[in-house]
Design a protein around this ligand. Structure first.
Ligand code: DX5
Ligand code: ZN
Length: 228
């Protein structure tokens, strides 16, 4: 993973066919996805439940590029090693997931993986300033985590801009997650985001038997972001 601020589209498999993750991952990569975003939910930190490290390990061989694992779980520390062993390239934990996010980020880095810090829409960036040297990516949630297909929260744009200024020339990605569409992609890109997670906007209308729709959706989101 060489660092670049170029726009990267990261489809979230939360919107894929859960009975067919391997084929879905191959399809989105063949259709232009840069990263594959994997949403892990525990029914506790967020009001929804998805899957755990065994599923991540099972889909890993079907992903050639970056496997971006977003942990929406609490506690998170006891499970970091399992997701590292499952083959994640980036592991993101939530600032709100416990009292010791500094330790959590150190633990992720200690596995040799890239460390991501996710922040909910209601969380400010003051605390992030003390964590900048421990992170490779900051995931700004642009919806409340838990579900795909929610409406983009526009007040997050100011936060993305402030974060970009805070990051300066450090090699830290700004990822946005939630409600990213052809309409909102230019807004987040102009504000400073370089990794755009998109679930429903990539998967809706397509399937592994009709993957061209994924390609069209990815290309449209990318073009909208790059034009910003
Ligand atoms: C929400 C997840 C997102 C979600 C995005 O908790 O973290 O990755 O899948 O879905 P869309 O793009 O449909 O808002
Ligand atoms: Zn996510």
């Amino acid at each position: 993973m060489t660092f670049s601020r170029a726009i990267k589209i990261a489809p979230s498999i939360l919107s894929a066919d859960f009975a067919n993750f391997g084929a879905e991952c191959r399809a989105i990569e063949a259709q232009g996805a840069d990263w594959v975003h994997v949403d892990v939910m525990d029914g506790h930190f967020v009001p929804n439940l998805t899957f755990g490290p065994a599923t991540c390990a099972a889909i890993r061989p079907h992903i050639k590029g970056v496997m971006d694992v977003h942990l929406m779980i609490a506690p998170v520390d006891p499970f970091i090693e399992a997701y590292a062993n499952a083959g994640a390239d980036v592991i993101s934990a939530h600032l709100e997931s416990g009292p010791h996010i500094h330790r959590t980020l150190q633990a992720i880095r200690n596995t040799g993986k890239k460390a991501g810090l996710a922040i909910n829409p209601g969380t400010g960036i003051d605390a992030v300033s003390h964590l900048l040297d421990l992170v490779d990516l900051i995931c700004v949630m642009t919806v409340n985590p838990g579900f795909g297909g929610q409406k983009f929260i526009a007040s997050t744009l100011d936060k993305i801009r402030a974060l970009q200024a805070m990051i300066g020339d450090r090699p830290v990605h700004i990822e946005v997650d939630g409600g990213v569409t052809v309409e909102t992609a230019p807004l987040v890109a102009a504000a400073g985001a370089d990794v755009l997670v998109a679930g429903s906007a990539v998967f809706n209308g397509g399937s592994v038997d009709n993957p061209g729709v994924y390609g069209t959706n990815i290309a449209r989101i990318r073009a909208a972001a790059e034009a910003a």
